[in-house]
Every structure is written in structure tokens, then in C-alpha cells.
Ligand binder design. Structure first.
Ligand code: PLP
Ligand code: TYF
Length: 398
């Protein structure tokens, strides 16, 4: 059966973890995968999560099947974060939300559902984008192409090129947008540019698909939802995939959601029925634990406040690492200006390091970064930052 099976290529990011784990150098640093580590280099278990888990553990609830779309306590909590507590859309029954297996699972059920709606549509992702965007939509059967996004010269968004491209697309094209904290570049659009993207989607009849994996990592829960809110106010229909992997530090629990904004409550019922069909044929219904913990935290005013404070702590530590890295590199006498790192948003920096420089970081220093030059700032801490800055200085100078 398997004689002709070839080795599949490794995921360019998750594959780095394997190489990192096999590295025996004690000074090694993993700046590859997008995971938040605390100042001790550990993945935190948030205190709000711990408190909610303790209550659940003591209650020892039974483990029956969940609703296909997940429990209402969870899906309502998701809607509240994405669309706001006072959303007219949710009040009107115009948002369908289903729990999903992380942000990845949300993208997957969204892609499968879209394929049933419009099999011939093309899907457009930013250039560059999270590698899995392409793979997910291709595996759902779509042709995936890039739209212009990042401008290496300005280290920002080439908005004129992006807009012109969107205005040339066929109606029904699916456009995948990073709602905040663009992965991998850290370059986000301004609010005014988002408003123009909304207009382009309306005038061309595009299908917007917002991917929100880092809500709270740029400026905060509410400000980071600006793209979702602008689309909400537009009257358009659109998709949002969201994830609690990073914001709750619950990577392995696989907690995410797909939300779909429809035209009416009646349309929502039809859309939900089809989405449930997609979920049933994939994994039937979501697991209990992660979603229950998130729902418990978000529905308790005290735990929610504690979570927001902890999230702010993560955001601020990343910001501090950005500043510290730039200062430490500059202190090494590097001529090149790295101050752009401070302006980038979210977990990542697109450093502009070349493939060869990234390779040297790995070979000579045991510092692992993505070959595109993307580093995860959230893996830096007060102990390793000096070592990393020195190594970066060495590879950019030589
Ligand atoms: N979308 C983007 C842009 C991401 O960076 C990630 C990162 O993991 C995901 C989706 C997937 O999230 P999850 O880990 O919850 O599947
Ligand atoms: O971009 C990242 O590093 C995160 C984690 O297939 C990730 O989004 C990376 C690759 C992948 C799944 C998650």
C-alpha cells in the first residue's frame, strides 16, 4: 500500500521545532515558531485559565457530545470579542459562529464551506502570508494566488498596489486578510486603508475572509478588532476565523471559531445548517475542555479582567523586547538601522535577514529563525536577548 509514498516536505515553521529540539547547544534559541514565551522562556499557563480549570476539575462534569457548532456560552463569548458587546449584527441574529479546532480548524471549515458555495472561485492571500493559508485553501480544492501586500523598501504595506489589484478581481473571489498583527511581516494597514479595502470588497463583490489569530497582541482587544468592526458596519457578508491559541496561551487545546456574517436571521439559519454539515463530516463536534475554559473566563467579570491584564502583560513584554533588541543590536556598532522592528506589530518581525544570514545564525549560534528572516519577538527574554543581538550583529556585519 505504501511502497510509492514519498516523503512530504516539512512545514517550514513547525519543521524548525524538530531541528531545534535536536540541537544540543545549551545557548540555543528558537525564534522560529509563533509562540509566546515568558521571561523564563516558558509557555505561560495564565492565572485566569488556571482558576477556571480548577473549578472545572472540581465539578467533574460529564463528557457527553457537544453541539456540532459548540456550546452557546462559547460562541456568544467569541462574538462578543470579535463584534463587540453592543453589536447590532449579533443582536439581529446575523452572525453564525461555530467553535473550531483552533484558527486552523476555522480556516479549514470555512474553506470547505466556501468550496460548496462557489467551487470555481479563486482565493487570494497576501504576499507574503502564513504558509498554511495557501495549503489550507488548496487542500479544500481552490486555486490560491497572491495579492500584493508587503513592500520591503518601506517595510510597510504597498497599499496602492494592493488596492489596484483588489479592484481588478472577479466577483466572488475570496480575499484572505490578516485582521491584525500580520504574519509574517508585522505590517498592518491603517484604519483608513481598511475602510478602502471594505469599499473595494463591496464594489467588486469580493468575499472577505478575515483571519484573526492575534487579537490583543497589537493594541488591545477592542482596537485590534477594528477591521472586523469596519466590515460589520459595511452591511457586507464576510467570514472571520479566530483563535485563542495565543491570547489564552492554549495552543494545544485547539480553541478557535469560525464566524460568518449573513444578511438576515433567516439566512443565518440556512448557513449554520450547512456549516454543521461540513463540521459533521470532518470531526463531528468539538472537544469540550478548551472552549469551556475560555467561556468560563470570558463570562466571569473577574476572570475576564484578570485575562485582559495578563494579555496586556504579554503584549507589553513583546513591545519591550522589540525596543531592547533594537538597542542591543545598535550597541554592537551595526550601521544598519533596525528601528523598524519597534514599529512592527504582533509577535513577529520581518527582519530583512537573508537566507544565508539565517543559516549562519542557526549553524554558528544555534539561533533558529524562519528562512524568510521572520523572527518571533515573544521568544526573546532578558537572558537570551544579549546573545541574540550579538549574533545578529555578527551576521549582518560580516
Ligand atoms: N492564522 C494565522 C495568521 C496564524 O499565524 C496562526 C498561527 O498559529 C493561525 C491562523 C492558526 O492558529 P491556531 O494555532 O489556533 O490553529
Ligand atoms: O506562524 C507561526 O509560527 C504560528 C504557528 O503550520 C504555526 O502561526 C506555524 C505553522 C503551522 C501551524 C502553526
Amino acid at each position: 500500500i505504501f511502497a510509492a509514498v514519498e516523503m512530504a516536505p516539512r512545514d517550514p515553521i513547525l519543521g524548525l521545532n524538530e531541528a531545534f529540539n535536536a540541537d544540543t547547544r545549551p545557548t540555543k534559541v528558537n525564534l522560529g515558531v509563533g509562540v509566546y514565551y515568558d521571561d523564563n522562556g516558558k509557555i505561560p499557563l495564565l492565572a485566569a485559565v488556571k482558576a477556571a480549570e480548577k473549578v472545572r476539575l472540581e465539578a467533574m462534569p460529564p463528557r457527553g457530545y457537544q453541539p456540532i457548532e459548540g456550546p452557546a456560552a462559547y460562541t456568544l463569548a467569541v462574538q462578543n470579542l470579535l463584534f463587540g458587546a453592543d453589536s447590532a449584527l449579533t443582536a439581529a441574529g446575523r452572525v453564525v459562529t461555530a467553535e473550531a479546532l483552533g484558527g486552523t480548524g476555522a480556516l479549514k471549515i470555512g474553506a470547505d464551506f466556501l468550496k460548496r458555495l462557489n467551487a470555481d472561485a479563486k482565493v487570494y492571500i497576501s504576499n507574503p502570508s502564513w504558509e498554511n493559508h495557501r495549503a489550507l485553501f488548496e487542500s479544500a480544492g481552490f486555486i490560491v494566488e497572491n495579492y500584493p501586500y508587503y513592500d520591503a523598501a518601506t517595510r510597510g504595506v504597498n497599499f496602492e498596489a494592493m488596492k489596484a489589484f483588489l479592484l481588478g478581481l472577479d466577483a466572488g473571489s475570496v480575499i484572505v486578510l490578516h485582521a491584525c498583527c500580520h504574519n509574517p511581516t508585522g505590517a498592518d494597514m491603517s484604519d483608513a486603508q481598511w475602510a478602502e479595502v471594505v469599499d473595494a470588497c463591496r464594489s467588486r463583490g469580493l468575499v472577505p475572509f478575515l483571519d484573526m489569530a492575534y487579537q490583543g497582541f497589537a493594541d488591545g482587544i477592542e482596537p485590534d478588532a477594528v477591521a472586523v468592526r469596519l466590515f460589520s458596519a459595511s452591511g457586507l457578508q464576510f467570514f472571520v476565523s479566530s483563535s485563542f491559541s495565543k491570547s489564552f496561551s492554549l495552543y494545544g487545546e485547539r480553541v478557535g471559531a469560525l464566524s460568518i456574517v449573513t444578511e438576515s436571521k433567516e439566512e443565518s439559519a440556512r448557513v449554520l445548517s450547512q456549516l454543521k454539515r461540513v463540521i459533521r463530516t470532518n470531526y463531528s463536534n468539538p472537544p469540550i475542555h478548551g472552549g469551556a475554559v475560555v467561556a468560563a473566563v470570558l463570562s466571569s467579570p473577574e476572570l475576564r479582567q484578570q485575562w485582559e491584564d495578563e494579555l496586556a502583560g504579554m503584549r507589553e513584554r513583546i513591545r519591550a523586547m522589540r525596543v531592547a533588541l533594537v538597542e542591543a543590536i545598535q550597541a554592537q556598532g551595526v550601521a544598519q538601522d533596525f528601528s523598524f522592528v519597534i514599529k512592527q506589530r504582533g509577535m513577529f518581525s520581518y527582519t530583512g535577514l537573508t537566507v544565508a544570514q539565517v543559516e549562519r545564525l542557526k549553524e554558528e549560534f544555534g539561533i533558529y529563525a524562519v528562512s524568510t528572516g521572520r523572527i518571533c519577538l515573544a521568544a526573546l527574554n532578558s537572558k537570551n536577548i544579549g546573545y541574540v543581538a550579538e549574533a545578529i550583529a555578527k551576521v549582518v556585519k560580516a
